[in-house]
Write a protein that binds this ligand. Structure first.
Ligand code: ADP
Length: 399
């Protein structure tokens, strides 16, 4: 059985075709510049094939990706009828969807009502789903897997903001949390790797990529996370500011003459590592600059390490202890310096990493602590597509 996994943005669309018999990736790719000119990088095994094809709309991008899967020398399917179901990543499910669910017209209408909550992501997700439904036969189940769903177990005291309660009732202002699919995958996986039931573990997962979040997972359930109403809260990220004094918003609007779009751009696109360093949002480049003596690049790395340290410490307190910390995402899986900074001050909770092991770990599953360390630290590469494919199979009741 083959399942197609889709992760769509406003101008790009990532896809992965998964063979569920052995959970292997048959082909994957990225359609970029939708609405501009159009470019697909399609990958089968190690072979990458590039096509320049115009797709002014998401629907045409879907048609082209189906073509890439079914035609030419590198076809992996004889017919698109071989695809049993399609799973879609949906960023904002609000508190309405606490589990993955079959997509219906009624669901899409409900999702549209959340557009204000996730203006950068939700409209694009919905548009891509509608386009996909036009390209695929109506009999092919389409399933939504929400970034927010895993965090629906967060208790009220952690999701209500200390602002007038009516703002929650009226506008649904609360912490939702994101990257749920990744936090869910790596927390379940680390329990497996440690040979312990997840129900008996207190886990802190650090998903560090272009967007970053930390989650506290007690007994398999998310109990707190750093991202909030939107993916802007929490850690400073590539270009996002993360948590700052809310007064800075109105102060800068006044002093810099910014309107809501201006301040939103400053916080979402010009802050984080880019804003601090004045150089780059890419952690690899930041590290290189810091190694070469660039002070503000080094400061950006120090801030990230310090924020991580504080979140790990506070989530350990929130759960009354911690058994294991997990690092994942492009930075978490590959940046030994970030892991080292985040863990350096945690000897007092019984956590010590082995720096020699840590230095050599890039995107593989490894325990990087010393044998004496009471709290373990694992690097676990994330696999959000696999979770989406598994959920799709289950929700669509495929045998
Ligand atoms: P996204 O959130 O877009 O999925 P990723 O999870 O791929 O992003 O993470 C991208 C980040 O990971 C970038 O800041 C990149 O510099 C960083 N990264 C990737 N490889 C390395 C590496 N070897 N060392 C340090 N950072 C890395």
């Amino acid at each position: 059985m083959k399942i197609l996994v889709i992760n769509a943005g406003s101008s790009s669309l990532k896809y992965q075709l998964v063979e569920m018999a052995n959970e292997s990736v048959i082909a994957k790719g990225l359609c970029e510049r939708i609405g501009l000119d159009g470019k697909i990088v399609h990958q089968v095994g190690e072979k990458k094939i590039k096509y320049d094809v115009p797709f002014p709309t998401h629907q045409q991008a879907f048609e082209e990706l189906v073509k890439a899967l079914t035609t030419g020398d590198d076809a992996v399917l004889s017919d698109m009828g071989e695809i049993s179901a399609v799973g879609h990543r949906v960023v904002q499910g609000s508190d309405r969807f606490s589990d993955s669910a079959l997509i219906t017209e009624e669901m899409l209408k409900i999702l549209e009502s959340f557009n204000d909550l996730a203006p950068l992501h939700n409209p694009a997700n919905i548009m891509a789903i509608r386009a996909c439904m036009k390209v695929f036969d109506a009999g092919v189940p389409q399933v939504a897997v929400f970034d927010t769903a895993f965090h629906s177990s967060i208790p009220e005291k952690a999701f209500i903001y200390p602002i007038p309660y009516e703002m929650y009732e009226k506008h649904r202002i609360r912490r939702y949390g994101f990257h749920g699919t990744s936090h869910r995958y790596v927390s379940a996986r680390v329990a497996e790797l440690m040979g312990k039931p997840e129900t008996e573990l207190k886990i802190i997962t650090c998903h560090l990529g272009n967007g970053s979040s930390v989650a506290a997972i007690d007994g398999g359930k998310s109990v707190d996370t750093t991202m909030g109403l939107t993916p802007l809260e929490g850690l400073g990220m590539g270009t996002r500011c993360g948590s700052i004094d809310p007064s800075i918003v109105t102060f800068l609007m006044d002093k810099e003459g910014l309107d809501t779009k201006g301040i939103s751009d400053l916080m979402n696109k010009k802050s984080g590592y880019l804003g601090i360093s004045g150089l780059t949002n890419d952690l690899r480049d930041l590290q290189e600059a810091a190694d070469g003596g660039h002070k503000r690049a080094a400061l950006a790395l120090d801030i990230l390490g310090y924020q991580l340290l504080k979140y790990i410490g506070s989530y350990a307190a929130a759960m009354g202890g911690v058994d294991v910390v997990v690092f994942t995402g492009g930075i978490g899986e590959n940046s030994s310096g970030t892991r080292s900074k985040a863990c350096a001050g945690l000897g007092f909770i019984g956590l010590t990493i082995d720096e020699e092991i840590n230095k050599g770990v890039f995107s593989r599953e490894v325990d990087i602590t010393t044998p004496e360390s009471k709290v373990k630290v694992w690097v676990v590469p994330t696999n959000e597509e696999l979770v989406i494919a598994r959920d799709t199979k289950e929700v669509a009741k495929l045998k």
